[in-house]
Design a protein around this ligand. Structure first.
Ligand code: ATP
Ligand code: MG
Length: 257
């Protein structure tokens, strides 16, 4: 059974149809890279998967459970959505760390809220702290737990954001251009962390403009344009040997940029 099945997702903003029927599936442990020009709908797709937008049409299933059917209002209950969202972790371009909390507190925040909701904060607090420290260590930031975001570099902030997304053990970790706010040196340290997550078989969707990274880290690649999937398959084929004229054009412009 596929881990994630995305079926015919459509999304309009006003009269503009931004997603025009997106379908794909992912196996456990797979990394999928999504490339495409600005405005092609990549962020909107990730936001739909994370229930930050509601698609107008389509279905999303994880491990065979139908999480969302745009035609079935009973799948769109607000309180259920908060739990369904836990299947996905999201890492944004701009990190979105809470400035008033330390690195460790940023990572512990969501697990603490969840434990509190379940009336288990007291019993789980220590395990949450231990897990957060492990994640910081895994990100190479063990010595930074007490630092506030303004005391960290962009690359370090992004690694804290990745640890924060992992803290709730999502089934699928989504990255939206995780390095585009970073200079090349800091980009490298973040890409290294994502690569090691891929080696550990973390299921991931990575929207990126780093073409060689998209090709080398992923098991599957999608090229999106104008709200549709134009080309999809082995990343080496899609990126080094594209079949569709539109993909070729995009990659040529890209390489010349
Ligand atoms: N909340 C919104 N309201 C209206 N239009 C929106 C909204 N969000 C996105 N759009 C429009 O949808 C289209 C797709 O946007 P989206 O951000 O998904 O593209 P993208 O592929 O992520 O682009 P980029 O590479 O620049 O990040 C754009 O034309 C954008 O202006
Ligand atoms: Mg975007």
């Amino acid at each position: 059974m596929a881990l994630l099945e995305v079926n015919n997702i459509h999304k309009k903003f006003g009269n503009t149809e931004v997603l025009k029927g997106i379908s794909f599936s992912m196996e456990p442990g797979e990394a999928l890279s999504i490339i495409g020009s600005s405005g092609s709908g990549k962020t909107t797709l990730l936001r739909c998967l994370n229930f930050l937008e509601t698609p107008d049409k389509g279905r999303i299933s994880v491990k065979g459970d139908l999480l969302l059917d745009a035609d079935d209002a009973s799948t769109q209950n607000e309180s259920d959505i908060r739990h369904k969202r836990l299947h996905f972790g999201m890492v944004f371009q701009s990190f979105n760390l809470f400035p008033q909390y330390t690195a460790l507190e940023n990572i512990m925040l969501a697990p603490r809220l969840l434990a509190k909701e379940n009336g288990k904060l007291k019993s789980e607090e220590e395990a949450i702290r231990i897990r957060a420290k492990e994640l910081l260590d895994q990100m190479g930031l063990a010595d930074r737990e007490g630092n506030y975001p303004h005391q960290l570099s962009g690359g370090q902030c992004q690694r804290v954001a990745i640890a924060r997304a992992l803290a709730l053990s999502p089934d699928i970790l989504c990255f939206d251009e995780p390095t585009s706010a970073l200079d090349p040196e800091l980009t490298g340290e973040v890409l290294k962390v994502i690569k090691s997550l891929a080696e550990e078989k973390t299921t991931m969707i990575i929207v990126t403009h780093e073409m060689s990274f998209a090709r080398d880290v992923a098991d599957q690649a999608i090229f999106m344009d104008g709200g549709v999937i134009v080309e999809q398959g082995d990343p080496k084929e899609v990126i080094d040997n594209p079949k569709m004229e539109r993909t070729k054009q995009f990659l040529t412009n890209y390489n010349n940029a």
